[in-house]
Design a protein around this ligand. Structure first.
Ligand SMILES: NC(=O)c1ccc[n+]([C@@H]2O[C@H](COP(=O)([O-])OP(=O)(O)OC[C@H]3O[C@@H](n4cnc5c(N)ncnc54)[C@H](O)[C@@H]3O)[C@@H](O)[C@H]2O)c1
Length: 345
């Protein structure tokens, strides 16, 4: 047998910067006058001046609209606007806009440049970094997509001033997740500074967002394609996605993840994957920020079908992440869906 190895590793330098501050976005975007813009409709309504005179596709951000049909509309927009292979798509919005825009950018002419301007807390601390792009398909979340790294990420915390409380909390779930899986001191700081966080103290928020991006960048650097350590970022997401799906997306991503983290660790406690202390401290922080720890399943069959259809599941079973201790996590593969079903019902 002859073998030819096609070594593609590190052939292309995909490095980029995450730029964080406040009040700089207008100036920065003026350097992108030839770009194509994908704007979240709410962001467009609040910050219309950013898009004046620019080729802009306005997207109604909802999980239902995070679809292949919307991707096709963006591709048509790029095509009709004469976007070339060296063109750039700038996605300005939350995780839905960023994921969808990134996926369209990965497809158009086999990949054009894209730039992330996250405008929600969740997208600042998580979805804008790391190059995971995609949309929902049929009954599953994010189950078609591509890895396509942005050329740059610009995080302007001023955008957070118009975010409603629910969306802010939605992002805080992912912030708590970083502390729970990677950094106990950061986790404790989130509890200590809860009042400042809730009051949206700009300095505290910038500190928190910077820290989350630093952790995510480290993970992505080590494991871009989620073969190892990046899996840990899925803490809370196995149950979380099933909750989102079962609720018909009435439960937002972050809220699903918050409940998911608790349920996964409760399951982990029962199966011996995590300590009582980690469940207790997780419970404490979720209560402090006002997250639900329980979820009442609407349709058991659909819920467990969504769990089994999780992208991390394979024929051996589910892969679930546990915060074994606060600040430390592990993933376990091959967990039988029936075991989870018995625990839950
Ligand atoms: N790619 C990844 O690695 C990754 C990671 C985590 C989550 N995600 C995905 O991210 C999505 C969730 O992202 P999200 O929570 O940002 O949701 P989102 O994009 O739906 O935005 C939430 C809401 O906030 C509004 N909004 C956005 N910016 C605003 C602003 N500055 N002021 C006022 N309103 C604003 C939007 O119109 C929307 O109604 C999910 O689809 C999830 O799957 C992806």
């Amino acid at each position: 047998m002859r073998k030819i190895h096609v070594d593609l590793e590190k052939q292309v330098d995909e490095s980029y910067d995450i730029n964080l501050s406040s009040g700089f976005i207008e100036d920065t975007l003026s350097h992108y006058e030839d770009a194509f813009f994908l704007a979240d409709s709410t962001v467009y309504a609040f910050y219309g001046e950013l898009f004046q005179g620019r080729r802009t596709f306005v997207l109604e951000a909802s999980e239902k609209a995070k679809s292949i049909e919307s991707v096709i509309s963006v591709l048509e927009f790029l095509h009709d606007g004469g976007c070339r292979r060296d063109g750039t798509l700038v996605a300005v919005g939350g995780g839905i806009t960023g994921d969808l825009g990134g996926f369209a950018a990965s497809l158009y002419m086999r990949g054009i440049n894209y730039v992330q301007v996250p405008t929600t807390l969740l997208s600042m601390v998580d979805s804008s970094v790391g190059g995971k792009t995609g949309v929902n398909f049929l009954t599953s979340k994010n189950n078609i997509g591509a890895f396509h790294q942005p050329k740059a990420v610009y995080i302007d915390t001023d955008f957070l001033k118009t975010l409603d409380d629910d969306e802010f909390l939605n992002g805080m779930a992912e912030v708590v997740k970083y502390g729970a899986i990677f950094d106990a001191d950061f986790f404790d700081m989130l509890l200590e500074k809860k009042a400042e966080v809730i009051a949206r103290n700009q300095d505290v928020l910038l500190e928190i967002i910077t820290e989350c991006c630093r952790m995510k960048a480290e993970v992505v650097k080590e494991d871009e394609k989620e073969q190892g350590v990046r899996k840990l970022l899925n803490f809370g997401h196995t149950f979380g996605h099933a909750i989102e799906t079962d609720s018909g997306f009435a439960v937002k991503h972050g809220f699903g993840v918050a409940t998911g983290m608790y349920l996964e660790n409760m399951f982990g406690l029962k199966e011996g994957y995590c300590s009582e202390d980690s469940v207790k401290r997780l419970s404490e922080i979720l209560d402090a920020y006002g997250f639900d720890k329980e979820y009442k399943i609407k349709d058991k069959d659909a819920f467990f079908a969504a769990l089994s259809a999780d992208k991390k599941a394979d024929k051996k079973g589910l892969t679930v992440v546990f915060a074994s201790e606060i600040g430390k996590a592990e993933w376990v593969s091959g967990i039988k869906a029936d075991l989870v079903k018995d625990f839950y019902c």
